[in-house]
Design a protein around this ligand. Structure first.
Ligand SMILES: [Zn+2]
Length: 211
């Protein structure tokens, strides 16, 4: 294994996913410093959402690498940056916002699951990806205006068959980015219908200033 890795590193030197600097995979020091972490708690469509970074150039590029180039390591870095701020909280049960199976097949993975899984490992919080399914393959939210966003994700989620949802447990929905909060709110609605009362959202980026 070690020999193969060394050989591969020789043929394809590991480099920074943002600026391409050699020998600094996944991010070089200067790109890392450009990520501004500024956790903000706000209410989006009735749901408390904590987001960690404004959606500006570096954050946008980082999420694009994660989602479209399958740079799983980027999701790990994102989770590691969020961890110190969450470690003071009481444990929550982490649920990644699900992707539709067609999208999983196209992309090969769910970026929110990568972030949630790493947070679970870092914090020792429970990770439960099989509580909610995305039953409709919705259009990407960024293509739509606010009203269309809401309609787009309405009834998009459902309870996973045979899922055990515990109404008395605190749940945290994890996504890569929040804009209007329509996706998180629609997901939360599915849990609320199962009696859950303590539910909040967590995202790395926020595409809008908080209200
Ligand atoms: Zn760099």
């Amino acid at each position: 294994m070690g020999v193969w890795k060394e050989l591969l590193d020789f043929i394809f030197p590991p480099s920074c996913v943002l600026c391409g600097e050699n020998g600094t995979h996944p991010l070089c020091h200067s790109c890392m410093e450009k990520i501004e972490i500024d956790p903000v708690c706000s209410t989006k469509m009735g749901l408390t959402v904590t987001s960690f970074s404004k959606y500006e150039d570096t954050t946008r590029a980082l999420l694009a690498r994660l989602k479209y180039d399958f740079q799983e390591q980027v999701g790990v870095i994102i989770a590691d940056l969020m961890t110190p701020y969450l470690s003071t909280l009481a444990p929550r049960i982490l649920i990644p916002v699900p992707l539709h199976f067609i999208k999983i097949r196209q992309r090969g993975f769910n970026q929110s699951a990568i972030i949630a899984k790493r947070l679970s490992k870092n914090l020792g919080w429970k990770y439960t990806p099989r509580l909610i399914i995305r039953q409709r393959n919705t259009k990407p939210q960024f293509e739509l205006d606010d009203e269309e966003r809401l309609a787009n994700v309405e009834k998009a989620f459902a309870r996973y068959p045979f899922a055990t949802i515990r109404p008395d447990h605190p749940y945290m929905l994890v996504d890569d980015i929040v804009t209007t909060g329509a996706t998180l709110a629609s997901c939360a609605k599915t849990l609320k219908e199962s009696g859950v009362t303590r539910i909040e959202g967590l995202t790395f980026a926020r595409a809008r200033n908080v209200n």
